[in-house]
Write a protein that binds this ligand. Structure first.
Ligand code: NDP
Length: 290
């Protein structure tokens, strides 16, 4: 069996087109576009690439992007003061603080300062608590993108054994909760998991969010499983690759996402989608269009 390759690039373009349509509706009803503030502190090269991608996607969908590039020497207080200014800026409906922040700044304090309704990434304590309690709220973008990829591949989640490898607050943990909400039987594995190969062998749905090149061997995968690979790594040859040994996994899985071109583009598309939903809530447009 050769797996279906789930095309995240094409699906993300479709999500961005859906977002662009919703942006037009917001403009028609409220007379203003949804606005997203993007804050980057310092010169982390990967962060610069990510923020550039997000600014470009804002322009493409009609979301107003407000970029704030701050020097490495920015103090905790200066950043908190910018967040508070954006909290009360009516043009801004979502605020994204690109992580990681320089070591002298606490990401927790910054996330605590952000108004929950503007928490476009869904990383703050209010959003995380709402997800854990099953209440409405903003959900993190990468997990939302993973779910959409699974749905696109026609994956049955209800009653399925789902294994999420990685328990970060931005990917693994929220994704496990979203899969639980969709009635999967969820296992959350991490670096202390006793026998990862045995866990993988049982999974109908496997999501890898580890950050170690091809650590999940293709031969471990249950035949017919659906695999979503969140990892972004460089292999020994310097080539971009995921956490799953793709060439072997493709021979066993029913469907699999590639790296690059899988989860990455979906994360940005759902950031914009979250911004539009935040704008609709703040502008009182949450009901159907009249
Ligand atoms: P973190 O480093 O925060 O978390 C990694 C997780 O993997 C931890 O829970 C860790 O366990 C677990 N882990 C580490 N080694 C092993 C192992 N040998 N076996 C099992 N589990 C292990 O990473 P992130 O969640 O932020 O990111 C994960 C990957 O996804 C990275 O490659 C990142 O670049 C990528 N990523 C991609 C995105 C995209 O849009 N495509 C978005 C976000 C991330 P423990 O908790 O015990 O330490």
């Amino acid at each position: 069996m050769t797996a279906m390759i789930i095309d995240g690039k094409a699906l993300a373009a479709r999500v961005r087109a859906e977002v662009a349509e919703q942006v037009r509706e917001v403009i028609a009803r409220a007379g203003m576009p949804p606005g997203l503030a993007l804050i980057r502190v310092g010169e982390d090269p990967a962060s610069a690439v990510y923020v550039r991608g997000k600014v470009k996607a804002c322009a493409e969908t009609g979301v107003a992007g407000f970029e704030h590039l701050l020097p490495e020497a920015t103090t905790q207080d200066e950043l908190l003061s910018l967040v508070r200014t954006l909290n009360s800026d009516a043009r801004v409906h979502g605020v994204l603080v690109q992580l990681p922040l320089p070591r002298h700044i606490s990401a927790d304090l910054v996330l605590d300062a952000l108004l929950p309704e503007k928490d476009a990434d869904g990383f703050g304590p209010h959003s995380a608590g709402a997800l854990a309690l099953g209440r409405p709220g903003i959900r993190p973008c990468t997990p939302l993108g993973c779910l959409r990829l699974l749905d696109e591949a026609g994956t049955r989640l209800s009653g399925a054994r789902a294994l999420v490898v990685g328990r970060s607050n931005i990917v693994g943990k929220p994704l496990a909760l979203l899969l639980l909400e969709r009635n999967a039987t969820v296992t959350l594995a991490h670096s202390r998991t006793h026998d990862l190969a045995a866990e993988v062998a049982q999974a109908d749905v496997l999501v890898a969010a580890i950050g170690k090149a091809e650590i999940i061997r293709g031969a471990w995968i249950k035949p017919g499983a659906t695999v979503v690979d969140v990892g972004m790594n460089r292999n020994a040859a310097g080539k971009l690759c995921g956490d799953v040994e793709f060439a072997a996994a493709v021979e066993r899985a029913r469907a699999i996402t590639p790296v690059p071109g899988g989860v990455g583009p979906m994360t940005i598309a759902y950031l914009l989608s979250n911004t539009v939903q935040a704008a609709r809530t703040q502008l009182g447009l949450s009901g159907p269009a009249k």
